[in-house]
Design a protein around this ligand. Structure first.
Ligand SMILES: [Ca+2]
Length: 191
């Protein structure tokens, strides 16, 4: 191996270790796959499968990821198993410029029919994104982490959605094993 290659791979290794260490220290983890996910039913029609929103597949890492899409507007809810300090909600989107609104609740529960626009429980915060992005990650990030156990995502204009992540900070919980891919996706911020 030439010195250039050696230096290159050495830099990658050191950089990777440093970045992974940073993420480890912060203790970020995506809890969306652990949540009970539900879409409002009745007036708001959608195509696609809810499960594809938390299967870890999106255009940045899969050739044909599933698309979840409302006809126009709709609400998705994520009920977490316990209150957690949520630092960011991200949505990987495709076509259709759209606004996104996330509301954080504590003590709320899903209703049997999924109609949960005004769930019981205490509303702890709301974050809105009107950047109208397409084909990238949309970030909904509160100024500081919000402790909540119920996350509601409201969209309009029927955006294509590939993946939703709910990132929490927990210093006692290490990141999941796919550290390098996770670091790249977190710091790149785009597809
Ligand atoms: Ca997906």
């Amino acid at each position: 191996m030439s010195m250039c290659k050696f230096r290159f791979f050495g830099f990658l290794a050191i950089g990777g270790i440093l970045l992974v260490s940073v993420v480890w220290a912060i203790g970020l983890r995506n809890v969306a796959p652990d949540a009970v996910t539900k879409a409002t039913e009745g007036y708001n029609l959608y195509t696609g499968e809810l499960a594809t929103l938390t299967d870890g597949k999106y255009p940045g890492n899969d050739e044909s990821p599933g698309i979840f899409q409302w006809g126009n507007k709709g609400i998705l809810v994520f009920e977490l198993p316990e209150p957690l300090a949520i630092s960011e909600v991200r949505v990987c989107v495709g076509e259709n410029e759209a606004p996104y609104i996330v509301t954080f609740f504590l003590g709320a529960k899903l209703s049997a029919d999924g109609q949960s626009q005004d769930p019981e429980g205490e509303r702890k915060g709301i974050v809105e994104n009107y950047e109208f992005r397409t084909h990238q990650w949309v970030s909904l990030k509160p100024e500081s982490p919000i402790v909540a156990d119920y996350v509601q995502l409201e969209v309009m204009n029927g955006p294509e959605m590939y993946e939703i992540e709910i990132w929490v900070e927990d210093e006692t919980t290490p990141v999941r094993p796919s550290s390098w891919g996770l670091v790249k996706s977190r710091f790149k911020g785009n597809l």
